[in-house]
Design a protein around this ligand. Structure first.
Ligand SMILES: Cc1cc2nc3c(=O)[nH]c(=O)nc-3n(C[C@H](O)[C@H](O)[C@H](O)COP(=O)(O)OP(=O)(O)OC[C@H]3O[C@@H](n4cnc5c(N)ncnc54)[C@H](O)[C@@H]3O)c2cc1C
Length: 420
Protein backbone atom coordinates (compact mmCIF):
# COMPACT_ATOMS: atom_id res chain seq x y z
CA UNK A 1 0.00 0.00 0.00
CA UNK A 2 1.21 3.54 -0.76
CA UNK A 3 2.63 5.49 2.16
CA UNK A 4 0.53 8.47 3.16
CA UNK A 5 1.44 11.72 4.96
CA UNK A 6 -0.12 15.03 5.84
CA UNK A 7 2.86 16.87 4.30
CA UNK A 8 5.71 15.71 2.12
CA UNK A 9 8.75 17.90 1.60
CA UNK A 10 10.75 17.29 -1.56
CA UNK A 11 14.44 17.97 -0.91
CA UNK A 12 16.47 17.10 2.18
CA UNK A 13 18.60 20.22 2.41
CA UNK A 14 18.57 22.67 5.29
CA UNK A 15 15.42 24.39 4.01
CA UNK A 16 13.44 21.19 3.45
CA UNK A 17 14.41 19.89 6.89
CA UNK A 18 13.57 23.21 8.55
CA UNK A 19 10.08 23.13 6.99
CA UNK A 20 9.61 19.51 8.06
CA UNK A 21 10.62 20.14 11.69
CA UNK A 22 8.36 23.17 12.08
CA UNK A 23 5.36 21.52 10.38
CA UNK A 24 5.77 18.38 12.47
CA UNK A 25 6.06 20.36 15.70
CA UNK A 26 2.86 22.22 14.83
CA UNK A 27 1.10 18.91 14.07
CA UNK A 28 2.09 17.52 17.47
CA UNK A 29 5.28 15.58 16.50
CA UNK A 30 3.45 12.38 15.61
CA UNK A 31 4.82 9.61 13.38
CA UNK A 32 3.62 9.25 9.75
CA UNK A 33 2.53 12.89 9.44
CA UNK A 34 5.54 14.52 7.78
CA UNK A 35 8.15 13.08 5.43
CA UNK A 36 11.23 14.47 3.69
CA UNK A 37 12.02 12.88 0.35
CA UNK A 38 15.65 13.16 -0.68
CA UNK A 39 17.07 11.63 -3.82
CA UNK A 40 20.56 11.22 -2.31
CA UNK A 41 21.18 11.66 1.44
CA UNK A 42 20.31 14.54 3.77
CA UNK A 43 22.41 17.58 2.93
CA UNK A 44 23.77 16.14 -0.33
CA UNK A 45 23.05 19.37 -2.22
CA UNK A 46 24.13 22.90 -1.37
CA UNK A 47 23.49 22.22 2.30
CA UNK A 48 26.89 20.56 2.65
CA UNK A 49 28.69 23.16 0.51
CA UNK A 50 28.17 26.39 2.38
CA UNK A 51 30.24 28.50 4.76
CA UNK A 52 27.73 28.32 7.62
CA UNK A 53 27.60 32.05 8.30
CA UNK A 54 24.49 33.50 9.86
CA UNK A 55 24.24 37.29 9.62
CA UNK A 56 21.57 39.91 9.05
CA UNK A 57 22.74 42.85 6.90
CA UNK A 58 20.84 42.79 3.61
CA UNK A 59 19.68 45.39 1.09
CA UNK A 60 16.14 44.00 1.28
CA UNK A 61 14.67 45.25 4.55
CA UNK A 62 12.31 42.27 4.77
CA UNK A 63 15.18 39.82 4.22
CA UNK A 64 17.19 41.61 6.91
CA UNK A 65 14.24 41.43 9.29
CA UNK A 66 13.92 37.69 8.67
CA UNK A 67 17.66 37.23 9.13
CA UNK A 68 17.63 39.18 12.39
CA UNK A 69 14.95 36.81 13.70
CA UNK A 70 16.93 33.86 12.33
CA UNK A 71 20.07 34.84 14.26
CA UNK A 72 18.04 34.66 17.48
CA UNK A 73 16.42 31.34 16.46
CA UNK A 74 19.83 29.73 15.74
CA UNK A 75 20.99 30.79 19.21
CA UNK A 76 18.09 28.94 20.90
CA UNK A 77 17.26 26.40 18.22
CA UNK A 78 15.80 23.74 20.51
CA UNK A 79 12.68 25.90 20.94
CA UNK A 80 11.79 25.26 17.29
CA UNK A 81 13.67 22.10 16.30
CA UNK A 82 14.07 20.29 19.64
CA UNK A 83 17.88 20.26 19.24
CA UNK A 84 20.65 22.82 19.58
CA UNK A 85 23.52 23.26 17.12
CA UNK A 86 26.82 24.74 18.37
CA UNK A 87 27.86 28.18 17.11
CA UNK A 88 30.48 30.87 17.64
CA UNK A 89 29.94 34.60 17.38
CA UNK A 90 32.99 36.12 15.64
CA UNK A 91 31.07 39.09 14.14
CA UNK A 92 31.81 40.33 10.62
CA UNK A 93 33.72 43.19 9.02
CA UNK A 94 32.42 44.42 5.68
CA UNK A 95 34.93 46.13 3.42
CA UNK A 96 33.89 48.42 0.56
CA UNK A 97 35.65 50.69 -1.86
CA UNK A 98 34.94 54.32 -1.00
CA UNK A 99 35.87 55.54 -4.50
CA UNK A 100 33.41 53.49 -6.49
CA UNK A 101 30.60 55.59 -7.96
CA UNK A 102 27.80 55.79 -5.42
CA UNK A 103 29.65 53.16 -3.39
CA UNK A 104 29.78 55.08 -0.15
CA UNK A 105 26.20 56.31 -0.31
CA UNK A 106 24.90 52.79 -1.01
CA UNK A 107 26.70 51.51 2.06
CA UNK A 108 25.57 54.44 4.18
CA UNK A 109 22.00 53.72 3.11
CA UNK A 110 22.47 50.09 4.09
CA UNK A 111 23.80 51.19 7.48
CA UNK A 112 20.81 53.48 8.03
CA UNK A 113 18.24 50.90 7.00
CA UNK A 114 19.86 48.27 9.24
CA UNK A 115 19.84 50.69 12.15
CA UNK A 116 16.11 51.27 11.56
CA UNK A 117 15.67 47.51 11.84
CA UNK A 118 17.60 47.40 15.12
CA UNK A 119 20.54 45.56 13.51
CA UNK A 120 23.94 46.75 14.68
CA UNK A 121 25.90 47.56 11.54
CA UNK A 122 28.23 50.46 12.17
CA UNK A 123 31.04 52.19 10.33
CA UNK A 124 34.36 51.70 12.06
CA UNK A 125 37.80 53.29 11.69
CA UNK A 126 40.86 51.54 10.22
CA UNK A 127 42.45 51.35 13.66
CA UNK A 128 39.46 49.46 15.02
CA UNK A 129 39.63 47.02 12.09
CA UNK A 130 43.31 46.44 12.76
CA UNK A 131 42.61 45.80 16.44
CA UNK A 132 39.69 43.44 15.79
CA UNK A 133 41.82 41.45 13.32
CA UNK A 134 44.98 41.53 15.42
CA UNK A 135 46.81 43.29 12.60
CA UNK A 136 46.27 40.36 10.21
CA UNK A 137 44.55 42.20 7.36
CA UNK A 138 45.61 45.01 5.05
CA UNK A 139 43.63 48.23 5.54
CA UNK A 140 43.62 51.03 2.99
CA UNK A 141 42.62 54.74 3.06
CA UNK A 142 40.47 54.12 -0.06
CA UNK A 143 38.30 51.65 1.81
CA UNK A 144 35.43 51.97 4.26
CA UNK A 145 34.64 49.41 6.96
CA UNK A 146 31.48 48.32 8.73
CA UNK A 147 31.20 46.08 11.75
CA UNK A 148 28.27 43.71 12.33
CA UNK A 149 28.91 42.11 15.73
CA UNK A 150 25.88 39.79 15.90
CA UNK A 151 27.13 37.36 13.23
CA UNK A 152 27.33 33.65 13.95
CA UNK A 153 29.66 31.03 12.55
CA UNK A 154 28.39 27.47 12.54
CA UNK A 155 30.04 24.37 11.16
CA UNK A 156 28.45 22.56 8.20
CA UNK A 157 29.08 19.07 9.58
CA UNK A 158 27.56 20.05 12.94
CA UNK A 159 24.53 21.34 11.05
CA UNK A 160 24.11 18.08 9.14
CA UNK A 161 24.41 16.15 12.39
CA UNK A 162 21.82 18.48 13.94
CA UNK A 163 19.42 17.90 11.02
CA UNK A 164 19.62 14.14 11.50
CA UNK A 165 19.01 14.41 15.24
CA UNK A 166 16.15 16.86 14.80
CA UNK A 167 14.46 14.51 12.31
CA UNK A 168 14.26 11.90 15.07
CA UNK A 169 13.10 14.33 17.77
CA UNK A 170 10.40 15.71 15.47
CA UNK A 171 9.25 12.28 14.23
CA UNK A 172 9.91 13.26 10.63
CA UNK A 173 10.28 10.32 8.28
CA UNK A 174 13.39 10.72 6.14
CA UNK A 175 13.22 8.83 2.85
CA UNK A 176 16.71 8.89 1.35
CA UNK A 177 17.70 7.65 -2.11
CA UNK A 178 14.12 8.38 -3.06
CA UNK A 179 13.65 10.52 -6.16
CA UNK A 180 10.39 12.23 -7.11
CA UNK A 181 9.93 12.11 -10.85
CA UNK A 182 6.26 13.06 -11.33
CA UNK A 183 2.98 14.02 -9.65
CA UNK A 184 -0.57 12.69 -9.55
CA UNK A 185 -3.17 15.46 -9.45
CA UNK A 186 -6.93 15.70 -8.86
CA UNK A 187 -9.54 17.54 -10.98
CA UNK A 188 -8.73 20.87 -9.31
CA UNK A 189 -5.04 20.45 -10.11
CA UNK A 190 -4.03 19.73 -6.50
CA UNK A 191 -1.23 17.25 -5.97
CA UNK A 192 -2.55 14.06 -4.40
CA UNK A 193 0.52 11.84 -4.72
CA UNK A 194 4.20 11.91 -5.62
CA UNK A 195 5.57 9.28 -7.96
CA UNK A 196 9.02 8.14 -6.87
CA UNK A 197 11.51 5.35 -7.49
CA UNK A 198 10.28 3.90 -4.17
CA UNK A 199 6.64 3.92 -5.25
CA UNK A 200 3.71 6.26 -4.87
CA UNK A 201 3.53 8.57 -1.82
CA UNK A 202 0.13 10.02 -1.01
CA UNK A 203 -0.02 13.47 0.60
CA UNK A 204 -2.27 16.39 1.48
CA UNK A 205 0.40 19.09 1.13
CA UNK A 206 3.68 19.35 -0.76
CA UNK A 207 6.63 21.63 -0.05
CA UNK A 208 9.12 22.22 -2.84
CA UNK A 209 12.57 22.57 -1.21
CA UNK A 210 14.60 21.28 -4.13
CA UNK A 211 16.69 24.41 -4.61
CA UNK A 212 18.60 24.24 -7.89
CA UNK A 213 16.71 21.14 -9.01
CA UNK A 214 13.24 22.74 -8.84
CA UNK A 215 12.86 23.95 -12.45
CA UNK A 216 13.39 20.46 -13.84
CA UNK A 217 10.70 18.62 -11.91
CA UNK A 218 8.02 21.32 -11.96
CA UNK A 219 8.36 22.13 -15.68
CA UNK A 220 6.57 18.83 -16.34
CA UNK A 221 3.38 20.12 -14.68
CA UNK A 222 3.61 23.58 -16.23
CA UNK A 223 5.05 25.44 -13.23
CA UNK A 224 8.01 27.56 -14.24
CA UNK A 225 10.53 28.17 -11.51
CA UNK A 226 13.26 30.57 -12.63
CA UNK A 227 16.34 29.28 -10.84
CA UNK A 228 19.77 29.17 -12.51
CA UNK A 229 23.16 28.02 -11.27
CA UNK A 230 26.03 30.44 -10.74
CA UNK A 231 29.27 28.46 -10.41
CA UNK A 232 31.49 29.19 -7.42
CA UNK A 233 34.69 27.71 -6.09
CA UNK A 234 35.35 27.38 -2.32
CA UNK A 235 38.88 26.86 -1.00
CA UNK A 236 40.61 26.13 2.30
CA UNK A 237 44.12 27.32 3.16
CA UNK A 238 46.28 26.15 6.02
CA UNK A 239 47.28 29.08 8.27
CA UNK A 240 48.88 29.47 11.66
CA UNK A 241 47.39 31.43 14.54
CA UNK A 242 50.45 33.68 14.55
CA UNK A 243 49.62 34.82 11.03
CA UNK A 244 45.84 34.99 11.38
CA UNK A 245 44.15 34.89 14.80
CA UNK A 246 41.75 32.03 15.49
CA UNK A 247 39.14 34.61 16.52
CA UNK A 248 39.29 36.55 13.24
CA UNK A 249 35.95 38.20 12.45
CA UNK A 250 34.36 37.04 9.18
CA UNK A 251 35.72 39.28 6.43
CA UNK A 252 33.19 40.23 3.76
CA UNK A 253 35.60 41.86 1.32
CA UNK A 254 33.72 43.60 -1.48
CA UNK A 255 36.93 45.20 -2.79
CA UNK A 256 38.53 41.85 -3.62
CA UNK A 257 35.13 40.14 -4.01
CA UNK A 258 35.82 37.44 -1.45
CA UNK A 259 34.58 36.15 1.88
CA UNK A 260 37.14 34.91 4.37
CA UNK A 261 36.62 33.07 7.63
CA UNK A 262 38.71 31.13 10.11
CA UNK A 263 37.49 27.70 11.11
CA UNK A 264 38.45 24.25 12.36
CA UNK A 265 41.61 25.41 14.12
CA UNK A 266 43.98 25.93 11.24
CA UNK A 267 41.90 26.78 8.18
CA UNK A 268 41.19 30.04 6.39
CA UNK A 269 38.16 29.33 4.21
CA UNK A 270 37.22 31.54 1.27
CA UNK A 271 34.86 31.87 -1.67
CA UNK A 272 33.60 34.64 -3.89
CA UNK A 273 30.15 36.20 -3.41
CA UNK A 274 27.24 35.96 -5.84
CA UNK A 275 27.45 38.36 -8.79
CA UNK A 276 25.04 41.24 -8.49
CA UNK A 277 25.31 42.68 -11.99
CA UNK A 278 22.30 42.16 -14.22
CA UNK A 279 24.51 40.94 -17.07
CA UNK A 280 26.15 38.29 -14.94
CA UNK A 281 22.77 37.03 -13.71
CA UNK A 282 21.44 36.91 -17.26
CA UNK A 283 24.49 34.90 -18.36
CA UNK A 284 23.81 32.27 -15.66
CA UNK A 285 20.30 31.82 -17.01
CA UNK A 286 21.61 31.47 -20.58
CA UNK A 287 24.14 28.83 -19.51
CA UNK A 288 21.43 26.43 -18.35
CA UNK A 289 21.17 25.02 -21.88
CA UNK A 290 24.87 24.19 -21.84
CA UNK A 291 24.66 22.23 -18.62
CA UNK A 292 22.49 19.18 -19.30
CA UNK A 293 23.31 17.75 -15.86
CA UNK A 294 21.76 20.81 -14.21
CA UNK A 295 22.23 20.88 -10.45
CA UNK A 296 23.42 17.24 -10.51
CA UNK A 297 26.90 18.54 -11.33
CA UNK A 298 27.30 18.83 -7.58
CA UNK A 299 27.29 15.04 -7.11
CA UNK A 300 30.17 14.51 -9.53
CA UNK A 301 33.37 13.44 -7.77
CA UNK A 302 35.33 15.79 -10.03
CA UNK A 303 33.67 18.76 -8.33
CA UNK A 304 36.10 18.25 -5.45
CA UNK A 305 39.05 19.24 -7.59
CA UNK A 306 40.02 22.72 -8.72
CA UNK A 307 42.21 23.92 -11.55
CA UNK A 308 45.35 26.01 -11.16
CA UNK A 309 43.77 29.04 -12.75
CA UNK A 310 41.03 29.18 -10.10
CA UNK A 311 43.54 28.65 -7.36
CA UNK A 312 45.87 31.40 -8.60
CA UNK A 313 42.92 33.76 -8.78
CA UNK A 314 42.07 33.10 -5.11
CA UNK A 315 45.69 33.20 -3.96
CA UNK A 316 45.96 36.73 -5.36
CA UNK A 317 42.92 37.84 -3.38
CA UNK A 318 44.37 36.23 -0.30
CA UNK A 319 47.73 37.96 -0.70
CA UNK A 320 45.97 41.27 -1.21
CA UNK A 321 44.03 41.08 2.04
CA UNK A 322 46.40 39.05 4.22
CA UNK A 323 49.89 40.33 3.31
CA UNK A 324 51.60 38.49 6.20
CA UNK A 325 50.52 35.18 4.77
CA UNK A 326 52.72 35.23 1.69
CA UNK A 327 51.77 32.40 -0.65
CA UNK A 328 49.24 30.42 1.41
CA UNK A 329 49.21 26.63 1.60
CA UNK A 330 46.23 25.21 -0.30
CA UNK A 331 44.38 22.59 1.77
CA UNK A 332 41.52 21.45 -0.47
CA UNK A 333 38.45 22.93 -2.05
CA UNK A 334 35.42 22.21 -4.16
CA UNK A 335 33.29 23.60 -6.93
CA UNK A 336 29.71 24.41 -6.17
CA UNK A 337 26.99 26.79 -7.34
CA UNK A 338 24.62 29.40 -6.02
CA UNK A 339 21.01 28.60 -6.94
CA UNK A 340 20.05 32.10 -8.04
CA UNK A 341 16.76 33.72 -9.10
CA UNK A 342 16.57 36.66 -11.60
CA UNK A 343 16.33 39.25 -8.79
CA UNK A 344 18.45 37.24 -6.31
CA UNK A 345 15.50 37.08 -3.92
CA UNK A 346 14.03 33.93 -2.41
CA UNK A 347 10.95 32.12 -3.66
CA UNK A 348 8.71 31.64 -0.66
CA UNK A 349 5.08 30.81 -0.12
CA UNK A 350 2.05 29.26 -1.71
CA UNK A 351 1.99 28.38 -5.39
CA UNK A 352 -0.58 30.51 -7.20
CA UNK A 353 -1.93 27.65 -9.35
CA UNK A 354 -1.69 24.52 -7.19
CA UNK A 355 -3.46 25.16 -3.87
CA UNK A 356 -1.62 22.55 -1.79
CA UNK A 357 1.90 23.33 -3.05
CA UNK A 358 4.34 25.61 -1.18
CA UNK A 359 7.78 26.77 -2.31
CA UNK A 360 10.84 27.35 -0.12
CA UNK A 361 13.90 28.22 -2.20
CA UNK A 362 16.90 30.15 -1.09
CA UNK A 363 18.43 32.16 -3.99
CA UNK A 364 21.98 31.23 -3.05
CA UNK A 365 22.06 32.55 0.51
CA UNK A 366 19.57 30.65 2.60
CA UNK A 367 21.10 28.49 5.28
CA UNK A 368 20.97 31.42 7.67
CA UNK A 369 17.21 31.83 7.22
CA UNK A 370 16.36 28.15 7.60
CA UNK A 371 14.62 28.23 11.02
CA UNK A 372 12.53 31.28 10.05
CA UNK A 373 11.63 30.00 6.57
CA UNK A 374 10.63 26.66 8.12
CA UNK A 375 8.34 28.42 10.57
CA UNK A 376 6.77 30.66 7.89
CA UNK A 377 6.02 27.72 5.59
CA UNK A 378 4.68 25.69 8.53
CA UNK A 379 2.30 28.50 9.42
CA UNK A 380 0.92 28.46 5.87
CA UNK A 381 0.65 24.68 5.67
CA UNK A 382 -1.01 24.25 9.06
CA UNK A 383 -2.88 27.58 8.86
CA UNK A 384 -1.54 28.36 12.32
CA UNK A 385 -0.77 31.60 14.13
CA UNK A 386 2.29 33.57 13.13
CA UNK A 387 5.47 33.80 15.18
CA UNK A 388 6.67 36.85 13.21
CA UNK A 389 3.74 39.28 12.85
CA UNK A 390 5.92 41.99 11.23
CA UNK A 391 7.16 39.76 8.39
CA UNK A 392 5.45 39.98 5.02
CA UNK A 393 6.78 37.58 2.39
CA UNK A 394 4.72 38.82 -0.56
CA UNK A 395 7.83 40.26 -2.29
CA UNK A 396 9.20 36.68 -2.46
CA UNK A 397 6.21 35.05 -4.17
CA UNK A 398 6.78 32.89 -7.25
CA UNK A 399 3.98 34.88 -8.91
CA UNK A 400 6.22 37.97 -9.17
CA UNK A 401 7.97 36.33 -12.12
CA UNK A 402 4.71 35.92 -14.03
CA UNK A 403 3.89 39.67 -13.98
CA UNK A 404 6.65 40.79 -16.37
CA UNK A 405 9.32 39.35 -18.69
CA UNK A 406 12.17 37.75 -16.75
CA UNK A 407 14.73 39.92 -18.58
CA UNK A 408 13.31 43.01 -16.87
CA UNK A 409 14.55 41.68 -13.54
CA UNK A 410 18.21 41.80 -14.46
CA UNK A 411 18.06 45.12 -16.28
CA UNK A 412 17.84 46.89 -12.92
CA UNK A 413 20.04 44.71 -10.76
CA UNK A 414 23.50 46.20 -10.12
CA UNK A 415 23.59 46.58 -6.39
CA UNK A 416 26.17 44.48 -4.58
CA UNK A 417 25.43 44.86 -0.92
CA UNK A 418 23.49 41.76 -0.02
CA UNK A 419 25.51 38.99 -1.60
CA UNK A 420 26.68 35.98 0.34
C1 LIG B 1 30.20 28.35 -1.55
C2 LIG B 1 28.90 28.65 -0.86
C3 LIG B 1 28.89 29.26 0.39
C4 LIG B 1 27.69 29.53 1.01
N1 LIG B 1 27.73 30.10 2.26
C5 LIG B 1 26.57 30.39 2.89
C6 LIG B 1 26.59 30.96 4.18
O1 LIG B 1 27.65 31.17 4.77
N2 LIG B 1 25.39 31.24 4.79
C7 LIG B 1 24.20 31.00 4.16
O2 LIG B 1 23.15 31.31 4.73
N3 LIG B 1 24.14 30.42 2.93
C8 LIG B 1 25.30 30.11 2.29
N4 LIG B 1 25.27 29.52 1.06
C9 LIG B 1 23.96 29.18 0.47
C10 LIG B 1 23.41 27.87 1.05
O3 LIG B 1 24.35 26.83 0.90
C11 LIG B 1 22.12 27.49 0.34
O4 LIG B 1 21.27 28.60 0.21
C12 LIG B 1 21.36 26.41 1.10
O5 LIG B 1 22.20 25.33 1.44
C13 LIG B 1 20.22 25.91 0.23
O6 LIG B 1 19.60 24.85 0.89
P1 LIG B 1 18.37 24.13 0.21
O7 LIG B 1 17.81 23.22 1.25
O8 LIG B 1 17.47 25.10 -0.43
O9 LIG B 1 18.99 23.33 -1.04
P2 LIG B 1 19.86 22.01 -1.15
O10 LIG B 1 20.71 21.80 0.05
O11 LIG B 1 20.54 22.07 -2.47
O12 LIG B 1 18.75 20.86 -1.12
C14 LIG B 1 17.98 20.46 -2.22
C15 LIG B 1 17.88 18.95 -2.14
O13 LIG B 1 16.89 18.48 -3.06
C16 LIG B 1 17.28 17.17 -3.44
N5 LIG B 1 16.54 16.82 -4.65
C17 LIG B 1 16.67 17.37 -5.87
N6 LIG B 1 15.81 16.83 -6.75
C18 LIG B 1 15.09 15.88 -6.07
C19 LIG B 1 14.06 14.97 -6.43
N7 LIG B 1 13.55 14.94 -7.68
N8 LIG B 1 13.56 14.14 -5.48
C20 LIG B 1 14.05 14.18 -4.19
N9 LIG B 1 15.05 15.03 -3.80
C21 LIG B 1 15.55 15.87 -4.72
C22 LIG B 1 18.78 17.34 -3.68
O14 LIG B 1 19.48 16.11 -3.68
C23 LIG B 1 19.19 18.26 -2.53
O15 LIG B 1 19.67 17.53 -1.41
C24 LIG B 1 26.45 29.21 0.40
C25 LIG B 1 26.45 28.60 -0.86
C26 LIG B 1 27.66 28.30 -1.48
C27 LIG B 1 27.64 27.63 -2.81
Amino acid sequence: MAKSFNTVIIGGGCLGCACAFSISRKLGRQPNKVAVIEKQVLGAGLSSRHSAIVRSANASVMAARMAKNAVQEWKALSTLWGVDIPFEQPGAIWIANSHKTNGTSQWQQLKNSMQNEGITFQMIARKEVTDLCNDAIRVDPDEIYFHEPDVLQLDSSEILNGLQNAAKVNQVEIMEHCQVFDFERDNQGNIIALLTNQGKIVCENVVNAMGGWSPDLFAAIGIQIPVALEPVFAANFLVSSQEIPGALPIIADFVNRAYFRRWRGSILHMHQPRSRSGNAIARCFSKAMMNPDGANVIYDASSFSVNHQQLEHYLKKLEQRFPKLGKAVYAGGYQSFFDITPDLKFILGKDNAVANLFHCLGAGQALKYAPVFGELIAEMVTKGTTRYPDIDISEFSLARFYDKPISEFWETSTDNRDSL
